[in-house]
Every structure is written in C-alpha cells, then in structure tokens.
Write a protein that binds this ligand. Structure first.
Ligand code: GCW
Length: 684
C-alpha cells in the first residue's frame, strides 16, 4: 500500500465529475442512443434486451437471435449465449432462450463500459450455477435483519396495489449480473407470508421480476400448518399437515406458475422444525419437496444448526447432516454457510462441502456486512468468497474445490445453486455505503462464473460505477484499495483465526470480555477465544474438540499440527501459547499486536488513497465515502485497543514499541454501550 503514495503526483489534475447519489448503481450509461437492434422473436424479456441495447449501445447493429439448435448450446444451460462479430457491420448474440439473450445484451454493454469492444468478439458464456439467488432477511414490517441500508425495499403495506419503481430497478440490476432468483423474506420467517393476502403481494413482485428472468422464492416457517392453518400439529408425517402444504403449494402455483420454491431454516436458533415432532431434517425437507415437485419447485434446506451443550459449535452442522446424505429428494439442496460457525471475517470452509456426496449442497454467502462493519466499513468481499470457493476439500482428490463440489463438475447433481444474503435496502444508494454496492455486484458475477478473479470483478465495477477506465491509475488505486480492504478488517477485528469477539446485542464492535450471566455459553466471545494465562485460541485439534477430523485426511493433518496449520487460521484450530514462535520469528503475542496495528494502518491508507482520488469522483459520493472511511479508522482503533488491552491481561506482555499506543482505557471501553440505532456515531 505504501508504494501507492508515490503515485500521488500523477493524480493532481482535475476533471469535472457530476454529482451522483449512487442510485444508478453500476448501470450509469446514458440512455440517449438509437442503435439498430434486430430480433427474430417477440417477448417481454427480449424487448428489455432490445431496449437496453438500442438506448445505450454505441456500436454497430446488433442482432438478437434465438437459436435452440446451435452446437455450442448442446448440453449447456438454456441461459448460455454467444456474442460474435460478423464481419465489419454486425454483432450477433445468440441463445436458446430470451433470458440468455438478455444476459448477452448486458454482457455487451458491460464490455462497452469497461474494456471496450474494439477487438473481434467471439464469446461463449454459460453460468456455473443454475440457481443464483439473493436471500433477503426482510421482515414483513419492513425491518431487515442484519440490514444496514434502511428499510426493506418491499413495501408490503402498499402492495399489491402500489408498485414501487424500485422493484424494476432492482430486477434490472440483478439481471445485469446474472442473478435469476430471489427469496423475498427473512429465513426467520413469519407464517403470515403464506397467507393469501401476502401471496397476492408476492405475486405482484413476481410479475415485475419475471421479464428480467428472476423467479421469486419464499422462506417458510415450519409451523405454518399450525400457526396459519390452525391444525393441531405441524408434524411432517401427519397426513393433514401434508395435505395443508399440498394445498398451499397448489394455491401458490395457481397465482405464480413459475414460483421458485422454499428456503427453510428449521430447528435452528429457536425456530420450529421437524425435530419438534421427533422427525428428521430429511423428513421435513422431503415432505416439502414432494408438494413442490409437480410444480418443478425446489427446497433449499439450511444446515445452520447448533445447540448449546458440550459439543463444539463448529462441528454441529456436519454431525447433524452427514447421516442424512443421500436421503433427500432430488429437488432438495442443502444450503450451507461458507464457514462452520457464522459468517465471521475469516473462517475455514465448512466441512460439509465435498463431504456430502449424494446430496446437492450450495454455499450461502453473506453480502450484508453483519460481521464486517455493517455499512460503515469498506470491505470488498470477493476475496473472502473466493477464499472459500477456491479452498480444496480434497474429497475427490486434489483440486476438489468448494466451487467444483457445488457446481456439478465433480458430483452429478441436478441442482446447482449459490445464495447471497442481500445488503439491499431502501437507502438512495441501495447498500448504505457506496462501495458496498461492489459486493452485490461481485456476488452476481461470481455466481455466474466463480473463476473470475476478485481483481477483474472490482476493476469492472469501478469502471462502470465511477467511470474510471480500467488500466488507468485511478481505477488501479481504488481497485487495489478495495482488494485489500477485507484483509484489513480481519486484521483490526479478528486476526490469526480469532472469531466471534463481537459485542452482545450487535455484531459491530468488540466485546471480547462479554459475559452475560445465564446466557448461552456459545453466544459468549470467551467460548471462542478461550484466552488464559497460557495462551489464546480454540483447540479444535485431535487433542481438543477434534473438529479437524471432519475434514479430509489430507487437510486434517495440516490443520491438526500447530506447526503446519496456516497461521491465518491458527487460533481457530489451536490454543496457542503466548510465546509460540510464529513464522515471522515474532512470538504469538507480538504477532497479534502487529496484525491489529497493520489493520489500523491500512484504514489510514484507505483514507489517504480516497483523498487522492478526490478529483476523479463526484463530490456527493466522494464526501459520503470519505466520511465512512473516518468512521472505519476510528472503529479500527477501537477494535485494536479493546482486543489488545483485554488480551494483555492474560498475556501479561508489553505491546511492542513499534505498535501505536492505545488511546482508550480498557475500563471505559468495557463500560461503553453502543447505541445500535445510532451506530454511525460509534466512538465519536
Ligand atoms: O448470523 C446469524 C445472525 C442471525 C441470522 C442467523 C441465520 C437470520 O446473527 O441474524 O438470522 O445467523 O443465518 O439464520
């Protein structure tokens, strides 16, 4: 990062940039062209493709052509498309479907706004996952669980009569990056969503999203038969219950013939599920799968389960789900968070990936920054997701990455899918932080093609969002800064594999000391950091909880040995002595101090680089991000001071002199209570 400053001198020329509020996301091309676009069919989706191109495309005539017979499309997803230059006077986009043509149109426009289309085009694209979904944790009262961008965009009260123009903008943004499904409501689901009144509202949204190729799905509450239907039970093996679900499915599909299916959080964090009736996850999921099957719907059954008790929380999802491998219907897919605990800034991949071999498994990623600074901190998350997707599970030999064991290239699964928990709200800029839009964008791009690099994605996002051409210095600087941002968050919050040091009641600031008498132990930071006079970290090795045994033997061996375990995860898998010699030659305590320090210093560089870019960014977005970066630096210092001063009580070692001195007193930090309704003012 430091060397970036040497480039300052090149940047002080001023250009005029018009103020923008971020509402247009990455879709800012002017709509004032009149390109010649021809089609060989008619239809609502094709009209959108034609309209997008004719108003924004600046090149030669484009022909959008449905072609079901083309060799390139045989055996590929119907969403595939080709883009080919035909001589000097035409570009031909072909696909077996209108949806593929729409994706092709957005692809061409993306090229125009990023690297350009001067070269001859010969493109064939196929999505890696068939189901590419956003999950909204939006409640019916328009609050958004773990949402930091205002209220829910779904205005349930005024639906179905009033349709917000935002729904169409939302559909367009998603289609432009290949997202083809959305779960409208929170996994902590209200039974009410399945009432006829709400289904009418859902239908209205579905109608807006449909021409953009986006299906709607719903999260369901497993007790709906009892709570909504008035039945005495919701036991999945009870005939009346089954009939209730069948009728409900029929009712839904009558209204919404292309309804996608259900997402289910069951027997997790107090929610009802089949186990309440002595049944299993498979019983529950299969019962729902059976009623959806005739309509081609799917069930996404979440594996996010854990109970207080003696067992290491990180082991529980694997323990609960592995015994049912192969027992699910073929329209069920198990939705697994990227890591075994819960969307921490860094976790190893969940051991369920690759281990479940006879049941399709999909990754759930979190776009909203529940554990990465809400919408206050810049944290570009593609590197975190790639870290998971590129992790080698070794389950079918070397190269069995999480991406490959979920995308159908290793296991012959019918359903392939990936989900991202949305960071979208009704804020003008959609995501609360202008730069957080990049995470929505990156999720879509990776869901389409997980082989894209984080760098490619951020560069094209910056080019489109700020009109900063790829390969020019400003794009390079901003992209590089964003690429480093997630690691910075890890370092100032929870380096070296530490996790869940968050405050009780919110997941924003640090409370490694938190101890609420009588509360669930697995919700206390000390459960995870286990700091004592000897050292710090959770012993998940074979001498501890043995969570390492859930990984393939090749990895198990690496993780199990404190000397071979990657240091980025060392405190995840080991209780490490304070004076343990790290690879740098420093002892653990010093290394911890250096990591926190480096995270804090990075945030200061982020501020600096952003200021350098001032004349390249419109004033409104420049100021908004500048102010967020100040908060981020203050918070980073808060995190460093809180964690180091607290852990120092155990290590009894001095903070190395190269590390900046704490500016807060530990006592004060421990007394401080963040007003979560006003988190933007944290530590002011
Ligand atoms: O991370 C935890 C969150 C809950 C969330 C839960 C889940 C929707 O703190 O807010 O509930 O995970 O994923 O089900």
């Amino acid at each position: 990062m430091k060397q970036l400053i040497t480039t300052f001198v090149f940047l002080f020329f001023s250009i005029s940039v018009i103020a923008e509020d971020g509402s247009k996301l990455w879709l800012r091309a002017a709509h004032n062209n009149n390109a010649i676009i021809s089609v060989n069919q008619k239809g609502p989706t094709l009209s959108i493709a034609q309209d997008e191109l004719s108003t924004q495309w600046k090149g030669m005539p484009v022909q959008l052509h449905i072609n079901k017979k083309k060799k390139e499309f045989q055996g590929r997803s119907p969403e595939s498309y080709t883009i080919k230059t035909q001589g000097k006077n035409k570009i031909l986009i072909e696909s077996p479907t209108q949806q593929g043509l729409l994706y092709g149109a957005y692809h061409l426009l993306r090229l125009q706004e990023t690297i350009g289309t001067k070269d001859e085009l010969d493109i064939l694209e196929t999505p890696r996952y068939n189901y590419r979904l956003l999950n909204h944790w939006d409640n019916l009262d328009r609050t958004v669980e773990r949402g930091y961008a205002g209220k829910s965009i779904w205005n349930w009260d005024e639906l179905p009569g009033t349709i917000s123009p935002r729904y169409k903008e939302y559909a367009r943004a998603n289609a432009s990056i290949g997202i083809n499904g959305t779960v409208l409501n929170n996994v902590n689901a209200s039974p009410q969503i399945l009432s006829n009144e709400y289904l009418q509202k859902v239908n209205a949204i579905a109608g807006i999203l449909r021409p953009y190729g986006i299906k709607v799905y719903l999260s369901i509450n497993f007790s709906s038969p009892a709570e909504l239907g008035g039945l005495p039970t919701s036991d999945p093996l009870n005939k009346e219950v089954q009939q209730w679900w069948k009728n409900k499915a029929d009712e839904i599909y009558k209204l919404i013939p292309d309804f996608g299916g259900f997402l289910v959080k069951a027997n997790s964090e107090g929610l009802p599920g089949p186990q309440d009736f002595g049944r299993t996850h498979a019983d529950g999921a299969n019962m729902l799968a059976d009623v959806l099957k005739p309509h081609k719907g799917i069930v996404m059954w979440r594996a996010f389960v854990y109970n207080p008790g003696d067992e290491d929380r990180a082991k529980q999802a694997y323990q609960e789900f592995m015994p049912f491998d192969g027992q699910f219907r073929d329209n069920v897919i198990i939705q697994v968070k990227n890591g075994p605990v819960d969307f921490q800034p860094r976790e190893p991949f969940s051991p369920l990936f690759g281990a479940m071999q006879q049941t399709p498994v999909m990754a759930e990623l979190q776009i909203t920054q529940e554990y990465l600074g809400f919408s206050n901190h810049m944290a570009y998350l593609a590197p975190m997701w790639k870290e998971c997707l590129d992790s080698d599970t070794y389950q079918q030999g070397e190269g069995s990455t999480v991406a490959k064991v979920t995308d159908g290239s290793i296991y012959p699964q019918k359903i392939t899918a990936i989900a991202g928990v949305a960071n979208i709200g009704n804020d003008v800029n959609w995501c609360g932080h202008h730069l957080a839009q990049a995470n929505w964008y990156a999720f879509g791009r990776l869901a389409w093609n997980h082989e894209l690099t984080s760098e490619e994605i951020v560069q094209e996002w910056v080019a489109q969002t700020f009109s900063l051409p790829i390969n020019d210095e400003p794009n390079y600087l901003l992209s590089k800064t964003m690429l480093e941002s997630r690691e910075a968050v890890v370092n100032y919050m929870m380096p070296l594999g530490l996790h869940h040091l968050f405050a009780w009641g919110h997941h924003y600031g640090p409370e490694p000391w938190c101890n609420i008498p009588g509360a669930r132990p697995d919700w206390m930071p000390s459960y995870y950091h286990k700091a004592d006079s000897e050292g710090i970290g959770f012993n998940r090795s074979s001498t501890g909880s043995n969570a390492v045994a859930q990984y393939h033997p090749s990895l198990q061996e690496i993780y199990d040995d404190i000397n071979t375990c990657p240091e980025a995860l060392i405190l995840w898998f080991h209780h490490v002595p304070w004076d343990f010699k790290m690879k740098t030659g420093s002892i653990l305590w010093e290394e911890l101090c250096y990591k926190y320090e480096s995270g804090v210093q990075d945030t200061r560089y982020f501020q600096l680089i952003w200021d350098v870019l001032e004349h390249h960014i419109d004033e409104e977005r420049f100021k908004a991000v500048q102010s967020k970066l100040k908060i981020q630096t203050r918070d980073a210092v808060w995190w460093m001071n809180a964690c180091l001063l607290y852990f120092q009580q155990f290590s009894q070692m001095a903070i190395p002199f190269e590390v900046e001195r704490p500016i807060y007193e530990l006592d004060r930090l421990m007394e401080f209570r963040l007003d979560i309704t006003n988190y933007e003012n944290a530590m002011r």
